[in-house]
Design a protein around this ligand. Sequence first.
Ligand SMILES: [Cu+2]
Length: 211
Amino acid sequence: MTANATAECWWFFTEGRFVFHTIRAVVSSSQLDVSACDGDGRWGGQRPTAQQQRRRQGLATLEVTGSDVPTLPAVAVQGEPRDLRGAAIARRRELAFAMSMGGSAMNFTIDGRKFDPARIDQTVKAGTVEEWTLANTSPMDHPLHLHVWPMQLVEENGQPLHQPTWQDVVNIPARGKVRIAFDFAGRTVYHCHILDHEDQGMIGVDARKNR
Ligand SMILES: [Cu+2]
């Protein structure tokens, strides 16, 4: 999973004690570690050590007691979003995700601009399918989240995806590109899901118009 992404799981438990933990380190060298930043939020501190990289992180302990309940009814099959890979693409756009020094702090920008809630960054015709290439020119990953609507990931670093993959957060790797497709109507925002990146400007507004 990418930073701050969500997943929904179903579990069947028997009696006992269970611990959820990460299967490997929480910190990777391509992701922001707070302790690896100096006071100005600039990258420049320690990279995680090999020992830190190997360390598992406990997340939660769960104790299951009592007797078994009768078998639950099967979970209804969930509908999947429409596979957009063969859809007619109304428009293609490329968005640039960048970071730069601005005064005493970093600027995190999309297409060279910081967030302005009064500005609409992308205007799209409702009911059409668009394909966006998300290009990251910075040395850090930026997990992009589009509010409310799932994005279909269609290409990762030049390689097309052969399985339909929908995500609510798509990681744009450092100095890499991903391509997504989606269709929706309304007004929403897209932003980097790393809190201090979005707080420092990495948010855009997307509005769909019925014309
Ligand atoms: Cu970011």
